[in-house]
Design a protein around this ligand. Structure first.
Ligand code: GTP
Ligand code: SPV
Ligand code: MN
Length: 589
């Protein structure tokens, strides 16, 4: 076994552990990654030589590459994701559980000799800004060069991580092996008590970029509960007024339900002088500050975004973010190295090769790009990247917004009466499932705080933690709920969405700052006619807004029964405050 790449780091805890893993997995080489541009160039060349990446047309797509995954490996696998706490009850009924000793034994059996003939890459990475007390270090061992090149976009890789760690031992130990990409031997296993992750049998983002969902949500939520902070599936944006005042908002929508788009919103003409800055598009770590406000950082350094539907009208900042130095996974390509996907600006070229490598023509009845095709792009490409993204103390959050994908029942926007009511609103979020996870698409399920697949412990205890956070805050964020996805009787979206969501955001920020007017209803505070700026939105009348905002007590009584389904499951860990909130809602209805 030989070492290539950079020299091993001086941190003995890392080198000792890496040697142990190498003894188990028996790679031909160990490659110590440093995150440098030279290393990126060398590994990219290697990835191209071995067919992992294909260069796109470099005139059109500078620094961009194409990756096609195994068709059996295109999304997160919730049924194969495990939380391995000592007690099953600590993982709770919404997670798969296995005893940590048994799981480790099983996976070490699988890992034994699995890197023979392969190179083992060692990727130290930092989640969060350098110098932030909230930032955390992980080391991911992987046999996938695609993972290395993706991790270097998604996290601060190499030196910043090693500097943050120093001589310490407090880093996440992550092991990933693709094996033979076989769903029969695919496991995403978390060991919260040991700060460790083992992921085998996949090469898809959320399963294998271990800093993202595994560390920054499942393990971080576990730490946050112990330490009095929150790790959430939330975007963070800053709304800047024409006078230059910035208000920060965090929003939790389930996977493929609009976080990236909302985080990169460009205000329409009507809101001249207003600007939206992106702090993060997927994950927020939030901690009470000495001033009693909730402060948030984005632990990531890049975007792993949904491609279909992204175009210069819906999300120009995303289009600029993916214009260079981006890896496209599972979109369609042309012979001359261009890319295409459903919902791109122009109709497809006459001839395409689809995400599975098959010839494709318009009208062929299949999708050219996989519905969960993704771009992996550095956040520096985003023209509206908030400079505060590197601020070690983060940004103060004024509002938390929950949202789901719901074609009926749920109004465009409402505000909770208080924190506790807001926790209930978040705990009962329902949303139609999407292609971001394997399984059926379009089925309504409860996805509390958009964290159902990402909470690293018992969901009932998670609600307790949310309620308890109130006591740590002097000025808690106001809590809202939105639904961009309501449809009319013809099946068209009622609300134009995307940039026009600025109108909803403006009302929300006005409410936080004591300006916006609202009416009290049984659901919460809602904008009345005239409280909502509809100027410059021709065709969208007050009646249409009323339709988007309408809710019926009957529909909501049925909705509450669906809340109960989750509550029954969590019975025993469900805080009584949630039951009280349910009773209050029923009484109001
Ligand atoms: P993850 O990366 O999976 O966590 O997803 P996300 O929440 O960041 O979702 P994203 O912003 O990528 O949006 C997913 C899909 O929703 C895309 O196809 C978008 O085009 C669509 N979408 C986003 N915002 C809106 C909106 O305001 N209205 C409508 N109708 N569709 C939207
Ligand atoms: C999601 O599914 O919520 C994502 C994509 O953001 S993944 O990183 O694959 O989880
Ligand atoms: Mn996500």
């Amino acid at each position: 076994m030989s070492a290539i790449g950079e020299n091993p780091p001086t941190n003995k805890s890392i080198t000792t552990w890496v040697q142990e893993v190498a003894d188990l997995t028996q790679p031909d080489n160990i490659f110590w990654c440093d995150g440098s541009p030279e290393e990126k160039a060398n590994l990219t060349e290697l990835a191209v030589e071995t067919g992992v990446l294909r260069p796109l047309n470099q005139d059109k797509w500078p620094g961009c590459y194409y990756h096609r995954s195994n068709p059996n490996d295109v999304a997160r696998v919730e049924n194969l994701t495990f939380i391995c706490t000592e007690q099953e009850e600590d993982a709770g009924p919404t997670n798969n559980w296995m005893d940590p000793v048994a799981m480790r034994a099983k996976l070490e059996g699988i890992l034994k000799g699995c890197m023979k003939g392969r190179t083992m890459y060692v990727v130290p990475y930092l989640m969060g800004p350098p110098g932030s007390p909230m930032s955390r270090v992980g080391v991911e061992i992987t046999d996938s060069v695609y993972v290395v090149l993706s991790m270097r976009i998604m996290a601060r890789m190499g030196r910043p991580a090693l500097e943050h760690l120093g001589d310490g031992d407090n880093f996440n130990r992550g092991i990933h092996s693709m094996l033979d990409i076989n769903p029969e031997r695919r496991y995403i296993a978390h060991f919260p008590q040991e700060n460790a992750i083992i992921s085998v049998g996949s090469n898809y983002g959320g399963n294998v970029l271990l800093g993202k969902k595994c560390l920054a949500l499942r393990l971080a939520s576990f730490w946050g509960r112990k330490e009095g902070w929150m790790a959430e599936h939330m975007l963070i944006l800053g709304l800047e007024s024409p006078e230059g005042k910035k208000t920060y908002v965090a929003a939790a929508f389930p996977s493929a339900c609009g976080k990236t788009n909302f985080a990169m919103l460009i205000p329409p003409e009507r809101f001249k002088g207003w600007k939206v800055w992106t702090v993060g598009d997927d994950i927020a770590w939030m901690s009470p500050g000495t001033d009693g406000r909730l402060w948030a950082i984005n632990p990531e350094a890049g975007y792993f975004g949904v491609v279909p539907g992204t175009n210069n009208h819906s999300n120009p900042n995303a289009m600029k973010s993916l214009a260079r130095d981006t890896v496209f996974t599972n979109v369609a390509i042309t012979d001359d190295g261009d890319v295409w996907w459903e919902g791109k600006d122009n109709p497809p070229p006459a001839k395409l090769t689809d995400w599975q490598g098959k010839p494709w023509k318009l009208g062929s009845g299949t999708k050219a790009a996989h519905p969960n095709s993704r771009f992996t792009a550095p956040m520096e490409n985003n023209p509206m990247l908030a400079p505060e993204v590197n601020d070690p103390q983060g940004v103060p959050i004024s509002a938390i917004i929950f949202g789901g994908r719901r074609s009926t029942t749920i109004p465009l926007v409402y505000q909770s009466f208080n924190w506790l009511h807001g926790v209930y609103v978040g705990a009962t979020v329902g949303s139609e499932t999407t292609a971001a996870a394997t399984g059926a698409v379009g089925q309504i399920r409860r996805d509390p705080m958009a964290m159902l697949p990402f909470c690293g412990y018992n969901m009932g205890d998670y609600f307790v933690h949310w309620i308890r956070m109130r006591k740590l805050l002097k000025t808690p964020p106001r809590i809202f709920h939105v639904n961009w996805f309501r449809k009319d009787d013809e099946g068209n979206f009622l609300w134009p969405g995307f940039g026009e969501n600025m109108r909803v955001l403006k009302w929300i920020v006005d409410r936080c700052e004591g300006r916006g007017h609202a009416n009290e209803t049984s659901l919460g505070w809602v904008p009345g006619p005239g409280d909502f700026d509809l100027e410059g939105l021709p065709g969208f009348t007050e009646e249409k807004l009323a339709q988007a905002q309408h809710f019926s007590d009957d529909e909501w009584r049925r909705e509450v029964l669906q809340h109960d389904e989750l509550f029954f499951k969590l019975y025993g860990h469900l805080p009584k405050e949630i039951i009280f909130q349910r009773e209050l809602l029923v009484a109001r209805l």
